[in-house]
Write a protein that binds this ligand. Structure first.
Ligand code: ADE
Length: 226
């Protein structure tokens, strides 16, 4: 999979060199390009923002540098992802769908956002998805792009050391939150691991975990209840 990120803060994407995504890059499983938007700003000050038409607080990202940037880094069948709090919620099913794509391009906006014509024109040429990480506001799309990239890349065949840990996790196949997990020692600060987990009875353990998942989901995320 090829991934390109356009941003005015390329350093924000440095964590992708670390840990598992870093290994995936080294092994060639993903090819990553991080591009500074300002290289496509033609004026002396490399301006990328301007005041909003219609007035209001904050600045809007100018269309010209974005148009040049997307012309340069896209391919015919890429998906352009625009992280924004006004996007559609990004879910595990989206990560799974995107993990089957050949080329993802992330357009990371700052300030009050990118001139809408950039998004509209891009949508006439490529598949464009404006995605939100949740009902909160970040300073820009970079942290959201990092999160989406990690969610997608870890699903690529050959990425995870143990592919089963992908199946048994929150937002995995059954759509419930994951059950609580424990490891040794069996007693820690007077707190015991639930006895059933020490029983060796796989059927009972599976039933207990399912029950825990249901209780957690009902309490924390009633919207996910089956
Ligand atoms: N950019 C700023 N806030 C965001 C959010 N909540 N999700 C995705 N991108 C964002």
């Amino acid at each position: 999979m090829r991934i390109d990120v356009v941003t005015i803060f390329p350093d924000y994407l440095a964590p992708l060199d670390l840990s598992l995504p870093g290994k995936a890059r080294q092994s060639g499983l993903i090819e990553l390009g991080v591009h500074d938007l300002r290289q496509w700003a033609t004026d002396r000050h490399h301006t990328v923002d301007d005041t909003p038409y219609g007035g209001g607080a904050g600045m809007v990202m100018k269309p010209e540098p974005w148009g040049q940037a997307l012309d340069a880094v896209t391919s015919d069948d890429c998906v352009v992802l625009v992280p924004t709090p006004s996007g559609r919620p990004f879910r595990q099913a989206d990560a799974e769908r995107l993990s089957r794509e050949q080329h993802l391009v992330f357009a990371c906006g700052r300030y009050e956002g990118i001139d809408q014509r950039v998004i509209d024109e891009a949508a006439s040429r490529w598949r464009v998805e404006e995605v939100s990480l949740g009902d909160f506001v970040l300073n820009g799309g970079e942290v959201a792009a990092l999160a989406v990239i990690e969610a997608v890349v870890r699903l690529l065949p050959g990425f995870m050391g143990n592919p089963e840990s992908i199946v048994e996790e929150s937002h995995g196949t059954d759509g419930l939150l994951e059950y609580p997990v424990y490891t040794k020692p069996a007693t820690w600060r007077d707190r015991d691991v639930p006895e059933i987990l020490l029983s060796g009875h796989h059927g009972n353990i599976a039933a207990w975990r399912r029950q825990q998942s249901l209780e957690r989901t009902r309490e924390r995320r009633p919207d996910l209840m089956p």
